[in-house]
Ligand binder design. Sequence first.
Ligand SMILES: C[S@@+](CC[C@H](N)C(=O)[O-])C[C@H]1O[C@@H](n2cnc3c(N)ncnc32)[C@H](O)[C@@H]1O
Length: 272
Amino acid sequence: MYNPILYSNSNILQRRDAKYLTDNYFKYIKWLPNGGDVSLDIGCGDGGVTHEFFLNNMPNSIETIVATDLSSEMIQHAAISHQHSKIQFQQLDIGVKTLPKHFIEKFDHVFSSYCLHWLHDQRKTFQNIYDVLKPNGDLLVSYLANHPFYSLFETVSKFEKWKSYMTDCNIRIPPYQKCSNTEEVHKQILESIGFDVKICKCEKRTFLYKDLMSWRKTIESVNPFINRIPESSRKEYIDDYMAESQKFGLILENNTVNTPYELLIVYAKKRI
Ligand SMILES: C[S@@+](CC[C@H](N)C(=O)[O-])C[C@H]1O[C@@H](n2cnc3c(N)ncnc32)[C@H](O)[C@@H]1O
């Protein structure tokens, strides 16, 4: 889905929010009293957040982080650029029907930043997360409840010239993009699976892109359809997102780009 190098060069929003997550929510994690914690990072991407924000905020006594991603390109890139004795990189689709056996009940903690909005079936995804946790293990994740970026997807997918490339647009839009009571709906899913939910909240946040080029690079770097568009038309495709961004009122007079969005933050424990 992603080009790892393009992603690493345009992920300032994701890095800012990963820092926000660790600065404000890592204090809730129940580290093992005698150390040896084994953690899973879901959707680690280029590995930067796993290493710089997750690993660097963990106690020295932890054993390992298994950093996983759906994309083999991301895993290969991450394994080279964030090589570390306490991080193992592995390919994993967290939405998979049957989890590999060696993941079941293996983890004391699960972390994830800016990934789980790609998983349309939230119940299955969180059931899988439940299954990989040891009893009493905990989960700290943040991901997009909604973002104007996805409203742009929907608009552009209706353009005659692009619609054949974006037929699966609906399942690429975050499952809570249009939900007015995300916290209640999501908490109910988690509790019915067997989590003891300590925090489940949607935080209203904004990010200001300092110029049009930064916004353009973001649209390109996390766009799941771009590789389907013939190379000769890709500039025109992104130009259309930029024109729609103007119509949506995201582009301000000084050519900065204002994006209001909601970040869903969950801290929960697997009941014994
Ligand atoms: C926006 S990146 C976030 C990367 C990193 N966590 C960060 O905060 O910079 C989202 C990542 O989720 C991965 N992803 C998407 N669907 C996934 C799935 N079903 N299972 C695991 N990873 C997935 C993508 O391949 C991508 O690398």
